[in-house]
Design a protein around this ligand. Structure first.
Ligand code: FAD
Ligand code: FO1
Length: 465
C-alpha cells in the first residue's frame, strides 16, 4: 500500500560497504525507522505515512527516531524549549498509534548510522530540508549505512525538487509552475491507524534519552528566555490557525504591513518546527469562508513565498552569503561599498537596540522580547543593518546571527531568503540608485510613518517589557 505520491519521495542508493560500517548485509530483521527532524508532528506528515506504509509492506514495525543536536546553529533555550514541548506532544500521539519514539543525542551523521546498526533497521525514512546542515547529515548517513534511504518532502505542498528543476529568479516565474502542480498535491491526508506488531522486534537503543526528564542541551545559551505568549505543539498550532481564520484573515491583505494591527497568523514557529503542516493550513484556508482576495493573499505568502525559499536554499548552497545575490545586486553593492555610512554600529549595539533610530530599536526589542518580529519590520530591520555596517557581508552575518538567536522561527529557509531579499535583492528587482544600498530597494522611517502609526508601534513594543 502506498498512500504517498511517489514524486514526493527521493530514494538514495546508500554507498556504504560492509567493511566501512561492519554492517550486516542481506535481509535485516529490524524496524522501518523514520528519523524525524524538520517535520516534528504526527498528523498530516507524509514522511510518517510513508514509513508506516513501508513497514506494513515489509511486515515490520515502524518506529520514530529523533536526534537531539546539542548546539543547533546558535539556537537557545527559547527554541529548544518550544521544540521539546512540541516533541512531548508527538510522543503521546505516537504512543496512541503504537509507534515507539526513541530520542538519541549527538551528531546525526554519527548517531543515526549507529542506531540503524543497533536496531538492524530494514529501511530509513527521513523528512526533507534544503539547508546545508541537514544535507550534510544525510550525506554522512548515506556513506555510513547500507540500507534503503527514503527522503520525503513533508514540508512543501509541491515537492521542492518537482516544483522546479532550478533556482527561480523571482516569485513571478515560480508561481505558475507551483500552481500548475498544486491541484495534484493539495490533497487531504490519510487517517493513521494504530500499527500492530509483535514485540519480537528490538526498538530499544542503548544510549537513548527520555524526553520528559530531558534537560535541554547543556551547551546552549540560556539567556534567551522561552516565550510565554505561544504554546508549542500541534494542538496549539491548530488553535492558532482557527483563531486566525475566525478573527484576522479577512483583514490580512489590507493590514498585513501594519505592525500595530497584528493581523499576521503567528503560524511561523509551528511551521518552522513542523508542528503544523502548511498543506493542512492551505486546505483549511481554502475551506474557510474568507473572502477570495484574503485567501489568495495569504496563500501567496504561505505557499508561493515559503516554497520559493525552499527552492532558493535547495538550489543555491550560498544562501547564507552575499555570493547568492543576483549579479545586478552584487555590482551595485560593490560600487557603493566605499560610500560613507551615516552611522556604523557593532553587533552588540544592534543586539541591545542601541541605534539612533527608535523604530529600528523597537523592532529589535520586539524580536528579543517576543521571539517574533513583525514581517514588515523584519524588512526595515535588515535593510537598516545594511545601511549601518561596513559591508553587505557583515550586514548579512549580523542579521542572520540576531535572527537565528532570537526568532522562534529562525534557522529557516524563509529567514535566509528574507535576509538575502532585504540586503541583496534576491527575488527582487533594482530600484532608484542611492548611497550605500545602490539599487537595492530602500525603506525609510518616513515611509513607515506613511504606512502606520510608528509611535504607536514603538509604544506597543515598549509595553512588552
Ligand atoms: P504570516 O504573514 O501569517 O504568513 C504565514 C506564513 O507564510 C509564514 O509563517 C511563512 O511560512 C509564510 N511567509 C510569510 N511571509 C513570508 C516571506 N516574506 N517569506 C517566506 N515565507 C513567508 N520567516 C521565518 O519563518 N523564519 C525566519 O527566520 C524569517 N526571517 C525573516 C527575516 C527577514 C529579514 C525577512 C524580511 C523575513 C523573514 N521571514 C522569516 C519571513 C516572514 O517575515 C515570516 O515568515 C513571517 O513574519 C512569519 O510570521 P507569520 O507566520 O505570522 O506570517
Ligand atoms: N532538528 C533535529 O533533528 N534535532 C535538533 O536537535 C533540532 C534542534 C533545533 C533547534 C532550533 C531550530 O530552529 C530547529 C531545530 N531542529 C532540530 C529542526 C531543524 O529545522 C531540522 O533539523 C531541519 O531538518 C534542519 O533544516
Amino acid at each position: 500500500m502506498n498512500r504517498v505520491d511517489q514524486r514526493r519521495i527521493q530514494l538514495y542508493p546508500t554507498g556504504a560497504t560492509e567493511k566501512s560500517t561492519g554492517a550486516r548485509k542481506g535481509s535485516r530483521k529490524g524496524p522501518v525507522v523514520y528519523w524525524m527532524s524538520r517535520d516534528q508532528r504526527v498528523e498530516d506528515n507524509w514522511a510518517l505515512v510513508h514509513a508506516l506504509d513501508l513497514a506494513r509492506t515489509k511486515k515490520r514495525p515502524c518506529m520514530v527516531l529523533f536526534c537531539l543536536v546539542d548546539w543547533f546553529k546558535g539556537a537557545t533555550l527559547r527554541q529548544y524549549r518550544f521544540m521539546i514541548d512540541g516533541l512531548l506532544a508527538v510522543e503521546g500521539k505516537l504512543r496512541n498509534l503504537h509507534v515507539p519514539l526513541v530520542v538519541v543525542e549527538g551528531d546525526p551523521g554519527e548517531v543515526i548510522p549507529a542506531s540503524i546498526e543497533e536496531l538492524d533497521a530494514a529501511s530509513l525514512v527521513m523528512d526533507f530540508s534544503p539547508l546545508k546542515i541537514k544535507r550534510d547529515w544525510n550525506q554522512d548517513i548515506i556513506e555510513r549505512s547500507n540500507i534503503p534511504f527514503h527522503e520525503v518532502d513533508a514540508h512543501n505542498i509541491v515537492p521542492c525538487w518537482l516544483a522546479s528543476k532550478k533556482q527561480e529568479y523571482s516569485a513571478r516565474f515560480f508561481r505558475p509552475k507551483l500552481f500548475k502542480l498544486l491541484p495534484e498535491f493539495l490533497t487531504p491526508f490519510p487517517q493513521l491507524v494504530p500499527q500492530d506488531f509483535g514485540d519480537n522486534v528490538n526498538v530499544e537503543i542503548k544510549h537513548s534519552i527520555s524526553l520528559s526528564s530531558l534537560e535541554v542541551p547543556r551547551l546552549i545559551d540560556r539567556d534567551v528566555k522561552p516565550v510565554t505568549w505561544l504554546e508549542a505543539g500541534a494542538s496549539h498550532g491548530d488553535r492558532c490557525l482557527e483563531n486566525f481564520l475566525e478573527n484576522r484573515i479577512e483583514n490580512y491583505v489590507a493590514l498585513r504591513n501594519d505592525p500595530t494591527k497584528q493581523v499576521e497568523s503567528d503560524l511561523s514557529p509551528y511551521l518552522h518546527f513542523g508542528h503544523i503542516s502548511a498543506q493542512r493550513v492551505a486546505l483549511e484556508v481554502r475551506a474557510s469562508g474568507a473572502r477570495v482576495d484574503a485567501r489568495n493573499g495569504f496563500i501567496e505568502q504561505l505557499v508561493v513565498r515559503r516554497e520559493l525559499s525552499d527552492n532558493f536554499c535547495y538550489y543555491n548552497r550560498d544562501y547564507d552569503s552575499p555570493r547568492c545575490f543576483p549579479n545586478w545586486a552584487k555590482t551595485t553593492l560593490k560600487a557603493h561599498e566605499s560610500d560613507a555610512r551615516e552611522y556604523i554600529y557593532s553587533l552588540e549595539e544592534f543586539e541591545r537596540g542601541n541605534t539612533h533610530d527608535p523604530l529600528w530599536n523597537a523592532a529589535q526589542l520586539e524580536m528579543v522580547q517576543r521571539g517574533k518580529m513583525h514581517n514588515y519590520m523584519r524588512m526595515y530591520w535588515a535593510k537598516k543593518i545594511l545601511e549601518w555596517t561596513e559591508t553587505p557581508k557583515q550586514a548579512m552575518d549580523f542579521a542572520m546571527k540576531l535572527n537565528d538567536k532570537y526568532e522562534l522561527d529562525g534557522r529557516d529557509p524563509n529567514g535566509y531568503v528574507g535576509i538575502a531579499w532585504s540586503i541583496g535583492g534576491v527575488h527582487d528587482r533594482a530600484w532608484k540608485e542611492r548611497p550605500v544600498l545602490g539599487k537595492v530597494r530602500f525603506m525609510s522611517y518616513n515611509g513607515a510613518k506613511r504606512k502606520f502609526d510608528v509611535e504607536g508601534y514603538i509604544k506597543q513594543v515598549s509595553d512588552l517589557t
